[in-house]
Write a protein that binds this ligand. Structure first.
Ligand SMILES: *[C@@H]1O[C@H](CO)[C@@H](O)[C@H](O)[C@H]1NC(C)=O
Ligand SMILES: *[C@@H]1O[C@H](CO)[C@@H](O)[C@H](O)[C@H]1NC(C)=O
Length: 185
């Protein structure tokens, strides 16, 4: 994403959510088939919703965060930054959205993937909140720089910043995994 300088530090906090058994879980309800909701931080500043479409084999993530800065979201096999699958996006001051598919390479700003496998569907900023809606296939076929969504347990990593043009980076592990069953609505 252009305009983002690598300067200081933020937290790639750990989320208390783990995804597993995508292939076998069935959370269908009449109103919200396969729709899930998670508040990932104790303050409720970062809200994640996702919906699984078994026909197209894609997952759509909606993220609403109490910030006017950027949003980071990622999937990690072992809860580590290195090798994790990350997107960073937001809406900048002139109302333009930005969004990139990235991968963690250790304790530094996630690098932009050669293949952009996520699609941004919607992005807006209202008041002090930013919203992103994006999707990806279960298997992006980019095994180098994305994490495939399979039966394996995955952890969600997340972060956000106060501004759009300054990505800060600090990796922090906290919390523990919790089954997807206990966060479904
Ligand atoms: C995500 O937001 C869009 C509106 O942009 C909405 O149509 C869709 O139902 C939402 N999906 C989930 C999983 O919350
Ligand atoms: C990240 O993982 C790769 C292999 O998966 C390894 O070669 C590399 O040294 C790791 N980098 C860090 C910073 O841990």
């Amino acid at each position: 994403m252009e305009g983002i300088s690598v300067r200081t530090f933020i937290t790639f906090g750990f989320l208390l959510v783990c995804f597993f058994n995508w292939a076998t879980c069935d959370y269908r309800t009449e109103e919200n088939p396969y729709k899930h909701f998670a508040q990932v931080d104790p303050e409720g500043n970062y809200i994640l919703e996702w919906i699984v479409n078994w026909d197209t084999r894609r997952i759509t993530f909606n993220v609403t965060v109490a910030t006017n800065g950027y949003i980071g979201f990622g999937l990690s096999r072992r809860g580590q930054m290195n090798g994790s699958d990350i997107v960073i996006g937001g809406v900048n001051r002139n109302g333009r959205s930005y969004f990139t598919d990235r991968h963690g390479t250790g304790n530094q700003i996630p690098e932009i993937d050669d293949i952009q496998s996520y699609i941004l569907h919607d992005a807006w900023e209202r008041g002090s909140r930013t919203f992103l809606s994006f999707s990806r296939p279960f298997d992006t076929c980019d095994n180098e720089q994305d994490v495939p969504i399979t039966d394996d347990l995955l952890q969600v990593i997340w972060t956000y910043g106060e501004t759009d043009d300054e990505i800060q980076y600090h990796f922090q592990i906290e919390g523990q995994c919790q089954s997807i069953y206990s966060i479904q609505t």
